[in-house]
Structures are given as C-alpha cells and as structure tokens.
Design a protein around this ligand. Structure first.
Ligand SMILES: *Cc1c(COP(=O)(O)O)cnc(C)c1O
Length: 471
C-alpha cells in the first residue's frame, strides 16, 4: 500500500465538530435533503468541492500582508500579471472574483445561435453560454464516456466530433472553442498535450480561437508528466507553458489550482477582445487591475499558482486520490477509473442499481454518505446535468456520479481512512438506500437550492441505526 508523503507540516489547526447519526439525520431533514443547504459545521469531512477550500501556505499568508490596495495600477496586480504571463505567455490579463465571472465576461461575445464546443462544459460555463442564447456542446471522446475504460487521457476532445461540429454549424457560428483541463464534469480526467495540439490545429484551419478552462491546469500538467511520452524530463511549469502556447485565451478559477480561497482571471491574446473584455469587466467586476479582488488576493494567487506547479506537491496530491481509490478497489466499490485529479467520482448508477435514474441515485448516495458519517459529497448526475424535452419531461444525464472532491492540503491520511470506512458501510447497506423526488426546483443551476423528499415507498428503509461515528 502506497502512503502519501505531504511536502508540508501543519502549523494551524481548525476544529471540526463530531456529530451523531441522529443529529445528521435531523440536519439533513432541516436542509430539505439537499446537502448544499446544510451548515458546513455539521459536515465532519466536507468534500463538497475542492474550490476555495484549500489551506494556504506560510508563503501565501506572508504574501497577504504585502497586498497593495490601490484602486488602479497596484503593485500586487503587477505580480499577479507577471506570474500568469510566465505560466501562460498570454498577453492580456484580467483578474475576476472567480471563474464564473471570467466566463460571464467571455460570454459577452457570444450571440444567440452561437455554438461553443468543449470537451465537457462545467455547469457555470454552460449556464453563462446558455444565458446569452448560445449553445454549449460537449464533444468528449468515447473513452471519457466509458466507465470501464482505463485510457490515460479520458478528458480528451473527440476530434472527429469537433470537425463534424464545425462542418454542421459553420466556423462563423463558433466564436471560440473551449477545452477544460482537467475535465471536471467528466471525472477530473486529464487532457493530453497531443489532444490540445490537435484541437488547436483543427481550429486554426477555421480561424476559431481556443480558450482553455484552466481551473486545474497544474494537475493536468502533472498527468501529462506521468502519462504522456516525452514529458518525463520537463518541469510542470514547462508543460503548462506548452499547454497554454496552443491557446488564444483562458478562463481560470484560482479557487482551484490558484491555491487561493477566492479569485479568478480571464486572459487573451487578441487586442480587440481585451479592450471589449476590459469594458465589460469595469461594468461587472471592477477596475482592470483588481477585477473584484483585493490586492492581497492577487498576491496570494501569484504565490499559489507557482506552488500548484511544484512537483512534490502534485505527487502528494495525486497520492491522496490514489490511496482512496486503492481501498475502494479492495471493497469492490464502483467509481470512475482511472481516478481523476482532484476527486473520487463514485458511480452511483452501479452503486445503487435498484434506484432508477428518475429517482436520482446520486442524491440517494450523497445523502446516505452524509447520514452515515457526516461526509458531504456532491451529485454530478441528472440533478446537475439533466435536461428537459419540449414537454418538460426530464432527460437524465449520461452518467450518475457522486463527486468526493479533495480540498488541497486540508485532510490527512487518517481522515481518508475514516472516509473509506464510511463509504464501506454505505456499500454494505446499499440496498436500503432510497431514491428521491424533487419538491422545489429553481429555473437555473437547480442543484444548489432545490428541495428533495425521499421517494414514498422507500422512505421507511433509509438506514437509521443509532450509532456514534467519527469519535
Ligand atoms: C470551478 C470551475 C469553474 C467555475 O469557477 P468558480 O470559481 O467556481 O466560479 C469553471 N470551470 C471548471 C472546470 C471548474 O471546475
């Protein structure tokens, strides 16, 4: 059994509340059975997201004090800009308060009827494009959709689908194409350098710009280093530089590989775009040298982006997910293989075979993990990605996943051992986990605020043994 070797020590600790099963049951009922509506302090291990939940380093905390809070032209912006230019080589750098704000500004060039291809759009990316009347297309490779495939780069874009898409809609209807590294929606799977290069080559023939959704660019660089021939002797920085050399721009949530609690950016090479984006930024986020962030946030991100490219850190980070994955293999628990970069994606369809997709098996599993052990995960299935036909009937999503995202530098190996124990308990008792129906549904991004109720017939069999866990 591998063990993880963290390239850090703990200097400050945050107390975590240990709860009982009955307390958790009550808390979840009070939250209308939607874990997004729980109080965070009632979640002993919070794997809802790896976004903005990381621990900062001593260097980042020190950098925070250097924040220059000048409204315009602050020193902190210069550091932020310089770091991003070093990594990406891209000309114009616009800070934003987080990733979706960068997407929102990028979407100001999307017109009704435009088509934006991606390997897989993240939910906020899709929402921003659809909100302005664009069509968000997922062109993920076949291996990415095959739960059984052990392919090394399951986040790749399907090149034939991309060519067919350009053929069908015409290049003038495609203002840009995106590629998400790593592919969060499809299991945190990496994209190979070869694929990025090939996507760029196709797009270049039609003058379509390539925008990288760069949230986990450093994790993707690590996968390329480990899995793609010819990259073993390169540093992660060099690999990232090559990735961005094929791009005309990028959106980024610095709450991921920026190793920060808030922040993002939009970058591009085109001068006219940059001018347009700056105006949109002033309207929505703030002056172009702070973009909705404090000077201290810009400092923290400048340090964090480089820390994310530290090889020892990435090796440790990946060993965390590998460690959990190996234990799941021993128990026979179904999850998306090979394991992704930032999370374990349990396969809820295979885990809870008795729950039909119309009753959201992902929600069944998320809620069972919470009741069992105070572990908060998130459904990436029909609630988050399902759509509706013209009659308003639900079209379920292709995959029903439950994501257990691993915050950066936060949990220890003993937390992961506890997590594995909780998953094991739910696995043993899986046949008594029930499905759910939605009782309240908002029009956009419904998963954040909708309410659920256990499906009537199954309600009585929710496991509710009285046992104290986590102590
Ligand atoms: C998190 C994320 C976003 C959005 O970033 P926020 O900072 O949450 O707004 C966009 N794309 C991907 C792939 C993400 O993981």
């Amino acid at each position: 059994m591998k063990s993880m070797v963290p390239p850090f020590r703990i200097k400050v600790v945050e107390p975590a509340k240990v709860t009982t099963r009955e307390e958790r049951w009550q808390a979840l009922k009070d939250a209308n059975m939607n874990v997004f509506l729980l109080d965070a302090e009632d979640c002993y291990i919070d794997l809802l997201t790896d976004s903005g939940t990381g621990a900062m380093s001593t260097r980042q905390w020190a950098a925070l004090m250097l924040g220059d809070e000048s409204y315009a032209g602050s020193r902190s912006f210069k550091k932020f800009e310089e770091t991003i230019k070093t990594i990406t080589g891209i000309k114009h750098v616009l800070p934003t308060h987080q990733g979706r704000a960068a997407e929102n500004i990028l979407a100001t060039i999307v017109k009704p009827g435009h088509v934006i291809p991606n390997n897989s759009h993240f939910d906020t990316t899709r929402a921003n494009i659809e909100f302005v009347g664009g069509k968000a297309l997922n062109l993920l490779c076949e291996e990415g959709l095959d739960m059984g495939s052990e392919a090394p780069f399951k986040g790749n874009m399907d090149l034939e689908k991309l060519e067919a898409c350009i053929e069908e809609y015409g290049a003038e209807q495609i203002p840009f194409c995106m590629i998400t590294v790593t592919n969060n929606t499809g299991g945190g799977q990496p994209v190979s350098m070869e694929n990025i290069r090939a996507v760029k080559a196709i797009l270049a023939q039609h003058d379509i710009p390539l925008i990288i959704d760069a949230c986990r660019f450093a994790e993707n660089a690590f996968f390329i280093h480990e899995r793609e021939e010819g990259y073993q002797d390169k540093t992660l920085l060099e690999i990232a530089q090559e990735m961005f050399s094929y791009a005309d721009g990028a959106t980024m949530s610095c709450k991921k590989d920026g190793m920060a609690n808030i922040g993002g950016f939009l970058i591009c090479n085109d001068d006219a775009w940059a001018e347009h984006f700056r105006n949109a930024l002033i309207l929505r986020e703030g002056f172009p040298t702070y973009g909705g962030l404090a000077g201290r946030d810009l400092e923290v991100i400048a340090v964090g982006l480089m820390e994310a490219l530290d090889y020892d850190y990435q090796a440790y980070r990946h060993s965390c997910v590998e460690y959990i994955a190996e234990k799941l293999d021993e128990m026979g628990v179904p999850y998306l293989r090979p394991v992704g970069g930032h999370a374990i994606y349990l396969d809820a369809k295979a885990f809870l075979q008795h729950i039909p997709q119309s009753q959201y098996p992902g929600i069944g599993l998320v809620n069972a993990l919470y009741i069992e052990g105070g572990v908060r995960g998130v459904e990436l299935g029909s609630v988050m990605f399902g759509s509706k036909d013209e009659q308003g009937n639900e079209i379920p999503s292709e995959l029903e996943l439950v994501r257990l995202a691993i915050p950066r530098r936060v949990y220890t190996q003993s937390h992961f051992d506890y997590l594995v124990q909780v998953i094991g308990e739910v696995w043993k008792n899986r046949f008594v986990v029930c499905g759910y129906k939605m009782t309240k549904e908002p029009p956009f991004l419904r998963h954040f605020t909708c309410h659920f109720e256990a499906v009537e017939a199954a309600r009585r069999v929710i496991p509710l043994r009285v046992r104290k866990t986590g102590s």
